[in-house]
Design a protein around this ligand. Structure first.
Ligand code: CP
Ligand code: NVA
Length: 299
């Protein structure tokens, strides 16, 4: 059997993605009723974090425990990875001991190298280029609140970053229109945009992007690893803030999402993120359910 990885959303077909979303919604409902389906008894998930995390770590660890398995947290500081043991060797070793590995890292290429040497599924828990697990949870949230995303309009404001890249993939697979408003200097990857050109529009004008959008999404202006550029980025992205004025241009009953952590007063105002259109807590909570469905699928 060929091992399946989840490095980007493109690793799933449209049918598989829809099935995982459906299953996530079912599992969430079951959990609410106190039913925990431990369908992956004894399965072990190793989680390698080269960057900080609250949601990704807690949701994956909770998910694997609820499935009847166990999670092992690893970081470069307290493993041989931090002392230069090659990724390829780590992949070979973990393949002999655990059933799945989740990796949060910097260069996406590291994930690709790792997965080539892994006999077990590898999940991207965020790289500099993609954050597919978050967009999986975002899509679950959209389906729950507004129904099928097909034919809908999503506005992305701010940096053409890892989250934005995963939104571009989602637009192509799930067939929605993604309107990205970003400064010319911080556009998403050109090749990715080309491949999704029938689903994605890019503008420098946030008002144009949010017009009639069903969902407005943003993210921090300085991602992990870019902390030293924070001040400069705050100036560059200054006009891309999601505030009440911007939200008023979106469709009636539009919702707001943010992968979190958020910086109130920078990319989003407190009024919006803590306001009635914001679904960020539901979105964050859905990391658990969508990743549980993903783990069930991969294992
Ligand atoms: N959204 C997200 O991935 O959060 P963490 O960095 O806390 O995992
Ligand atoms: N773009 C952000 C997402 C955090 C979940 C980052 O990479 O830091």
């Amino acid at each position: 059997m060929n091992v399946r990885h989840f490095l980007t959303l493109n690793d799933l077909s449209r049918a598989e993605l829809l099935e995982i979303i459906k299953r996530a919604i079912e599992m969430k409902e079951a959990l609410k009723q106190g039913k925990i389906e431990a369908s992956r008894q004894g399965k072990i998930l190793a989680m390698i974090f080269e960057k900080s995390s609250t949601r990704t770590r807690v949701s994956f660890e909770t998910a694997i425990v609820q499935l009847g398995g166990h999670g092992i947290f690893m970081s470069p500081d307290d493993s041989q990875l931090g002392r230069g043991e090659p990724l390829e060797d780590t992949a070979r070793v973990l393949s002999k001991m655990v059933d799945c590995v989740m990796i949060r890292t910097f260069e996406h290429e590291k994930l690709m190298t790792y997965s080539k040497h892994s006999e077990i599924p590898v999940i991207n828990g965020l790289s500099d280029s993609y954050h597919p697990c978050q967009v999986l949870a975002d899509m679950q949230t959209f389906f729950e609140i507004k129904g099928d995303v097909r034919g809908k309009t999503v506005a992305w404001l701010g940096d053409g970053n890892n989250m934005c890249h995963s939104y571009i993939n989602a637009a192509r697979i799930l067939d929605f229109t993604l309107k990205i408003a970003c400064p010319e200097s911080h556009k998403p990857n050109a090749q990715l945009l080309d491949e999704a050109s029938s689903f994605v529009e890019v503008t420098q004008d946030p008002e144009l992007a949010v017009k009639d959008a069903d969902l407005v999404v943003t993210d921090v202006w300085a991602s992990m690893g870019q902390e030293q550029e924070s001040e400069q980025r705050a100036k560059i992205f200054n006009t891309y803030q999601v505030n009440s004025e911007i939200m008023s241009l979106a469709a009636n009953k539009a919702i707001f999402m943010h992968c979190l952590p958020a910086h109130r007063g920078e990319e989003v105002t407190a009024e919006v993120i803590d306001g009635p259109q914001s679904v960020v807590w539901e979105e964050a909570g859905n990391r658990l359910h969508s990743q549980k469905a993903l783990l069930e699928f991969l294992l």
